[in-house]
Design a protein around this ligand. Structure first.
Ligand SMILES: O=C1O[C@H](CS(=O)(=O)O)[C@@H](O)[C@H](O)[C@H]1O
Length: 303
């Protein structure tokens, strides 16, 4: 596929578009603009414009929930009702927000309904961030010493957990037990340097054949790796900062790509006029439907 196969789905001006997520139940794409604290909802087949809701603070990522959505805001994780703009309830605070100003970043649910979410060093430089999972209303620390937690995804057979510290330009994989949530010892699975690839690994998604699709922030492309870590495809985008990918559409064969304008000066904005838009392309292998976070109880009478 060439760049021409990648099309503008929505011409937007997002500062840091991230966390695209397709709900099979609602036939809706959700995503966020981290820096502006905006949450988007869009039904592509409707022909309508997306709905945008302001969350009042930065939001790192979202996840599907039986009772709505989870939003990993800078200060903590909230459960939101649908349709958007309704009730919300704080489930757990971010332990790093008051202490170090590290917000939540990338995350997703596993097939057992745990919500895995990482943080990002406030300066995007030091290894002060971590990876957690949310279960039964409590946040469990799983890995520390991370700079920018990113690229979380699971293999279709649920035997592998993929994760990256973007600062290392490497993607790790861990043997994973989806019943217990146990992670084995990590191995460096992909090293961008070894592939001669630019940029850093940002958000990712795994298709139904187990291929790992990664947005290379600063690399102006998305790439696809086989389950064995071989580079299968590399697709250039008309912008420098793709941030994450998600499979959507009725057949899960539409790959949606969020992008960013942050870190672009005026000259770069002129060079990349479509930066900040939502892109898409049709892919041959469908994605995996996103699991919903388990909930022990329906929403309380939240504010
Ligand atoms: O996920 C994110 O990625 C970008 C760049 S990096 O891929 O982490 O290097 C980061 O700037 C952004 O703040 C973060 O949300």
């Amino acid at each position: 596929m060439t760049e021409s196969d990648i099309r503008v789905a929505l011409d937007l001006d997002m500062s840091l578009g991230e966390s695209p997520l397709w709900s099979v139940r609602h036939q809706t794409l959700y995503w966020v603009d981290i820096n502006r604290g905006h949450l988007y909802a869009w039904q592509p087949q409707s022909g309508d414009a997306p709905t945008v809701v302001e969350l009042g603070e930065k939001v790192g990522c979202i996840a599907l929930h039986r009772d709505g959505l989870l939003a990993a805001k800078a200060s903590g994780i909230d459960r939101l009702t649908l349709p958007l703009g309704g009730r919300h309830e704080r489930l757990v605070d971010n332990p790093e927000w008051q202490a170090r100003g590290n917000r939540f970043n990338d995350g997703r649910c596993d097939a057992s309904g745990r919500f895995w979410v990482g943080t990002i060093d406030a300066d995007e430089t030091h290894a002060t961030a971590a990876l957690y999972h949310l279960e039964d209303g409590a946040l469990h620390l799983r890995r520390s010493g991370i700079g920018i937690a990113n690229g979380l995804a699971f293999s279709p057979d649920r035997r592998w957990l993929y994760h990256t510290d973007s600062l290392t330009r490497c993607i790790q994989r861990y043997p994973f037990d989806v019943e217990s949530g146990d992670m084995g010892s990590p191995e460096i699975w992909v090293d961008l340097e070894a592939h001669g690839l630019p940029g850093v690994p940002d958000g990712a998604a795994v298709d139904s054949d187990g291929n790992y699709w990664s947005a290379l922030y600063g690399g102006g492309r998305i790439v696809c790796f086989s389950p064995q870590g071989q580079l299968l495809a590399s697709h250039a985008l008309p912008c420098l900062h793709p941030t994450m990918v998600a499979f959507g559409g009725a057949d899960l064969r539409t790959l949606y790509i969020t992008t960013a304008t942050q870190h672009l000066d005026d000259e770069a904005r002129k060079r990349w006029p479509l930066a900040g838009s939502l892109f898409s392309m049709t892919v041959p292998t469908p994605g995996q439907p996103e699991p919903e976070c388990a909930s022990s109880a329906p929403l309380a009478d939240a504010t």
